[in-house]
Design a protein around this ligand. Structure first.
Ligand SMILES: [Fe+2]
Length: 481
């Protein structure tokens, strides 16, 4: 359960007297319980961990767009660190301080530090010996700041601060905008800096951290994070005013280029198109083959269960029926027909940062979305949605990359999955990483259980023979191809 609390954040003047200035509205996301601001949250002049950080930044870089964006640090830290957003012409700045069990957003104006929002809780701060994506979003138009961990999503947002929320008049808004104009401006050269603590310098973690703290470990997105994008794709030809207004769909014209290409290629594909001759549908033949002892798909599923990574659960299996060849620009063969028997599911896994498009061709599939650093196979998902026949969903490096698919219906489900590396991806990670039984991250090389051509021919033959009254279902199909 997420709750929102309101807090009056008050500044102290130079004499230590409260001047009662309402600075911001604080949104603190919690999964349990009600959090109320402590008295210490209301008055703050001292920066958290003041004096504990290095005087020179470990890392700094100009913002791609002045005054705004999402800045993600994929780093390992065993000590507090500080992210500072400022410009080349001022000492004013926005500070995000990450401790072990807290995170705090603050702003310095005229050498006076004001706490904007703070959260104290396990797992909101740095996590020792784990590479974590710490992200901060800055919106120069709305003056909203956000902090979170993992993927940049509403569900992973831990702190949010709207500097304008307490301004009830245009004059008050203007006063706040003028006060902080130098930080939230298109003109000033925006700079982001990361400061490590002195303790970090002397710790043994430094060598490990240096090894991964290359510039590639820092990602800039030009736009601030506003809201989640829809996981469902709608062809742009079907856009209406209401669709634009609702935000319920990701319009195909707005997909990342890699996804758009795949979407255009598969959006009209259907499982039973063209309809088979002699009244036999491929969808019926697949069901028959899954359900009938001794048939191709039934045998293949039994064989996969025997060699499954999770041998205790035969339902953590599905069939990968590949179409075409691996041309080198995707993890495995780019087009895969996946067959999900009733109640079967995948482990939690990601897609090697590749783009993906999934269309449900038959039945219904549950999709659960997980955060980036999930290692618990029983982790509660960030969100879950149901995709029905005809629905198309998408995945990118930043969106819905880690998921678990689950067929919770009484019939089977068939989906076509398409994969393509992002144009900016220079790693081309060939594996899908999945969460193992013992909370370990394992690599799965996307492979082929059978080609579409072979599967189609054999299941249609099986079904036709049965319809023709033959009792001689293939008995020699136990060999997995
Ligand atoms: Fe997947």
């Amino acid at each position: 359960m997420f709750i929102t609390i309101l807090s009056d954040v008050c500044k102290l003047d130079g004499e230590g007297q409260m001047n009662g200035t309402h600075v911001c509205r604080i949104h603190v996301k919690r999964d349990v319980g009600v959090v109320r601001p402590q008295s210490s949250d209301r008055c703050m002049t001292r920066e958290p961990l003041a004096g504990e950080f290095r005087t020179h930044p470990t890392w700094n870089k100009s913002m791609p767009v002045n005054g705004q964006g999402v800045f993600t640090f994929n780093i390992t830290r065993n000590a507090p660190f500080l992210v500072v957003m400022t410009t080349a012409t001022t000492s004013d700045n926005v500070k995000l301080t990450i401790g072990e069990t807290f995170a705090e957003l603050g702003i310095t104006h005229g050498n006076e530090y004001t706490r904007l929002s703070r959260i104290e809780k396990q797992h909101v701060g740095y996590e020792e010996d784990r590479q974590i994506s710490y992200w901060v979003s800055c919106n120069r138009d709305s003056l909203v700041l956000k902090y979170g961990k993992g993927y940049t999503m509403e569900e992973t947002t831990l702190l949010e601060c709207d500097l304008l929320t307490r301004a009830t008049t245009r004059e008050e808004q203007k006063e706040i905008r003028d006060r902080y104009h130098v930080l939230f401006s298109a003109e000033g050269k925006g700079i982001v800096e990361l400061y490590d603590s002195k303790a970090f310098i002397s710790s043994s973690a430094l060598k490990r951290a240096k090894a991964i703290d290359s510039e590639r470990s820092v990602c800039f997105r030009k736009n601030p994070f506003i809201r989640n994008l829809s996981p469902f794709v709608l062809h742009s030809d079907h856009t209406t005013l209401s669709v634009l207004d609702s935000g319920l769909y990701m319009l195909s014209g707005s997909l990342p280029p890699g996804c758009k290409e795949m979407y255009d290629n598969i959006r009209k594909i259907e499982l039973d198109s063209p309809p088979e001759v002699d009244g036999v549908l491929l969808s019926d033949a697949i069901r028959f083959s899954i359900d009938t002892n001794g048939c191709l798909l039934h045998n293949m599923l039994q064989e996969k269960a025997r060699y499954s990574c999770h041998q205790h659960n035969a339902r953590e299996t599905y069939l990968r029926v590949t179409l075409g060849e691996n041309l080198g620009d995707s993890p495995g063969i780019p087009y895969v027909l996946e067959i999900w028997p009733s109640k079967h599911y995948s482990p939690i896994h990601n897609h090697g940062n590749a783009n993906a498009v999934i269309k449900v061709l038959f039945g219904q599939i549950n999709v659960s979305i997980y955060n980036k650093h999930t290692t618990d196979p029983d982790e509660k998902p960030l969100k879950t949605f149901v995709a029905n026949s005809g629905d198309v969903t998408w995945i990118s490096q930043d969106w819905y990359q880690t998921h678990k698919l689950w067929n919770n219906t009484a019939d089977y489900c068939a989906t076509i999955q398409c994969y393509k590396y992002d144009p900016g991806d220079t790693t081309h990670w060939s594996y899908f990483d999945y969460v193992g039984e013992n909370s370990t991250i394992e690599g799965f090389l996307p492979s082929s259980d059978i080609t579409f051509r072979d599967m189609r021919q054999k299941v249609l033959d099986e079904y036709r023979q049965t319809l023709c009254g033959s009792t001689q279902v293939h008995q020699d199909l136990s060999t997995v191809q």
